[in-house]
Structure formats: structure tokens, C-alpha cells
Design a protein around this ligand. Structure first.
Ligand SMILES: Nc1ncnc2c1ncn2[C@@H]1O[C@H](COP(=O)(O)OP(=O)(O)OP(=O)(O)O)[C@@H](O)[C@H]1O
Ligand SMILES: [Mg+2]
Length: 350
């Protein structure tokens, strides 16, 4: 733990000890939210920083984690100096675990784990390190853990996104961003389903073949895959359907201008329901707001600098919805160190 954090983390531990049902143990009730996007630069980091502020304002203990390895900049949006070890130090075995990386912020109850800005070049994570990071995050204690990811469908990013079945996808209203969000969703779903079956299984082979056939031009739609898996065994078909049902991402349209932009979130939801067989929650529409770009120069989240602004009110609304929104049960995921990414990229282009 960083020295400047000692006192506040002690407060956090004490605070947690006094919440009924919450204790500083592995089995603490907490919500993990991952924040990804199909395209870079759509406002994930801004969203994560301001969501942290809104959650803390509502009395939640929050840990924000910068897992945008190779592009870490959450510290800038939070106004935290870039001098604390982060996930990069963990990767290079200079720190024992994620808990030792917690840094306090200006906001009581809001904590932060830096990324790899002190140790750049860690974007290509090895499988065991990724596993360790995910395990350690699962052991952290807070009401909410919010994870900022890099943009795009790189498979390590998708594996972090799948820490929860209810990750958030941020997009802007541009057509390219919306299409990339759909591709991101599809890649996440394929990987989720692939990881639902053990290594070397007939189900994994079938999923792999299905993607290959699609690249080669087969007309089968994603939902046909349920029948293919069910033919292997009824039980596998059931696992597949359960995973589809429990995958419940949330979509946020950011930097919107018009009514047409508002409708895009609903359209993306409808297309995903029809083509991928999944439900999504359209949880927020955030307008383009010059206060947001201005807040970056001041190195503070806009929701903190301007608590009465429309932006802050929108963030508070999204936060309240998130708190009320139920989380589906998680099913077991097996490991997969191989990469479907290259294939999926081809499929998404098809
Ligand atoms: N609602 C908004 N209104 C105005 N500007 C915004 C808004 N949201 C984000 N921005 C601008 O978009 C830029 C990119 O935001 P941000 O860094 O959060 O994107 P990102 O998705 O995290 O990018 P990356 O994929 O590179 O990590 C910011 O510099 C900010 O100025
Ligand atoms: Mg970012």
C-alpha cells in the first residue's frame, strides 16, 4: 500500500467493518463494473472517473482500476500524480498484489489503482499475469470496483471485460463507433461462450469451426450456434443458453447531440437482441459538454468540479440506475490462452 494511502485505507477497512454483511474478507458483497468500447477515444476514462465521483457521493466505497495497459491515463482525469506504482509494477513483480497499489484520491471513499504509465510496454500480458490480476481484483474490498479498459476487441481486453457479465460499453453516436461497439459485443460473446466449455472440448471446436465457416461465407447466423452446440449434448445447449441469458451488458451513448443520437442506443439494443440473442440495458445518454473537455485541463472530474451541471446530473442518474439494476448470476468460465481475436476481426469485417 502506498504510504499516503495508509490512513484512508484504514478508514476504508473500518468503514467496511461497520457495514452489516460486509467484512474485509474474500466473500464480501461487491459489484465489479468493467468499462470497454469498440473504438478508442469515446470517453471511457472520463466516464469511469465521473462514475467514481457519483458513486462516492452516494456513500459507496469505490475503487477505480486503470487496466488500459499501454494507454493508462485515469490518474490524469482524477488529479492523482503519476508517481505511484500500479498494475505495471505488479506485472514486473515489483509489488506483491493489487491491494498494495491502492492510492487515495481527494474524495473520501474513492480509491484508485494506477495502470502502467510508470512501466509502459505491458500491453501484451502473459496469460498467468492476466489470471493473477483478475484473481486479485476479485479479492479487493469495496462496494464498487470500476475498471477502465483500452478501446477495441483485443482478447486480453475482452477477458478483462468479462470479469463481469454486465460490463458497460461506451460509444459515441458516429456510425463507425456504433458498428465497432456491435463488433466488440460479438467478440465478447464468442469468447464468453468459448470459455464456457473446457479446453479441448467438442463445443470449443464447434465454435471455432462456426467462426471459420462464417469467414468463408456461410450464411448461418449467430443464433444457429445454439442448435449446433445442443446437438453435441442437451446439457451443453443448456449451458450455452444460460450464458446468453446471463450476459447483460449496459450501453452508454456519450457525446450525443440530437434525438437521433438518443435513438441509436435503442437500435443497438434491438440489433443485438435480434442477431445475437442477448439483452442489453441502455443505461445512459450523455451530451457533448464543453465542461467535460475543460475539466481535463483542470485535472479533476467534471462531476466534482461542477456538481450542479447537467453533466453531473446525468452521471448521477446513470449511477442510480446502475445501483438499482440487478446483476445476473455468473456461470463458470474456463481458461483460454489461445486467441480467437484474429479470426474474430476477420469475422467482424465480413
Ligand atoms: N461528454 C463529453 N463532452 C465533451 N467531451 C468529451 C465527453 N466525453 C469525452 N470527451 C472528450 O473525449 C476525449 C476522450 O475521452 P477519454 O480519454 O475518456 O476516451 P477513452 O475512451 O478513454 O479513450 P482511450 O480509448 O484512448 O482510452 C477527452 O479528451 C474528452 O475531452
Ligand atoms: Mg481511456
Amino acid at each position: 500500500m502506498n504510504n499516503n494511502c495508509n490512513e484512508k485505507l484504514c478508514q476504508l477497512k473500518i468503514f467496511i467493518d461497520f457495514i452489516p454483511g460486509l467484512s474485509y474478507s474474500r466473500n464480501t458483497v461487491k459489484t465489479i463494473l468493467t468499462v470497454g468500447s469498440g473504438k478508442g477515444g469515446v470517453g471511457k476514462t472520463i466516464f469511469v472517473a465521473n462514475l467514481g465521483v457519483s458513486l462516492a457521493k452516494l456513500g459507496k466505497t469505490v475503487i477505480l482500476i486503470d487496466l488500459d495497459l499501454g494507454g493508462s491515463n485515469l490518474h490524469t482525469c482524477l488529479g492523482v500524480k503519476n508517481r505511484f506504482p500500479g498494475i505495471g509494477s505488479l506485472i514486473y513483480k515489483k509489488e506483491p498484489g493489487v491491494e498494495s497499489l491502492l492510492v487515495s484520491t481527494d474524495i473520501k471513499q474513492l480509491f484508485f489503482v494506477p495502470g502502467d504509465s510508470l512501466f509502459p510496454g505491458t500491453a501484451n500480458l502473459n496469460f498467468f499475469v492476466k489470471k493473477k490480476i483478475i484473481k486479485e481484483i476479485g479479492n479487493l474490498v469495496a462496494d464498487y470496483i470500476v475498471i477502465d479498459l483500452s478501446g477495441g476487441s483485443y482478447f486480453n481486453t475482452i477477458d478483462f471485460f468479462l470479469i463481469t457479465k454486465s460490463g458497460m460499453i461506451i460509444t459515441t453516436p458516429e456510425t463507425t463507433a456504433i458498428l465497432n461497439s456491435y463488433s466488440f459485443l460479438k467478440s465478447a460473446l464468442y469468447r464468453l461462450l468459448y470459455r464456457s466449455f473446457p479446453r479441448g472440448s467438442a463445443e470449443r471446436r464447434a465454435i471455432y469451426e462456426f467462426i471459420s465457416n462464417r469467414i468463408e461465407g456461410s450464411n448461418s447466423s449467430f443464433v444457429d450456434l445454439i442448435d449446433i452446440i445442443s446437438e453435441i449434448s442437451v446439457e451443453s445447449g443448456e449451458i450455452f443458453s444460460q450464458q446468453l441469458k446471463s450476459f447483460f451488458p449496459r450501453i452508454v451513448i456519450n457525446r450525443g447531440h440530437s434525438k437521433r443520437d438518443i435513438l441509436l442506443g435503442s437500435k443497438l439494443r434491438e440489433i443485438s437482441r435480434k442477431n445475437l440473442g442477448i439483452e442489453m440495458e441502455y443505461i445512459g445518454f450523455i451530451k457533448e459538454d464543453p465542461l467535460v473537455s475543460g475539466s481535463i485541463f483542470q485535472r479533476k472530474p467534471a462531476a466534482l468540479l461542477y456538481p450542479d451541471s447537467d453533466f453531473a446530473k446525468t452521471m448521477d442518474g446513470i449511477t442510480r440506475k446502475l445501483i438499482q439494476s440487478p446483476l445476473p448470476e455468473s456461470q463458470r468460465l474456463y481458461e483460454a490462452d489461445e486467441d480467437l481475436e484474429t479470426m474474430l476481426q476477420e469475422e467482424n469485417q465480413g
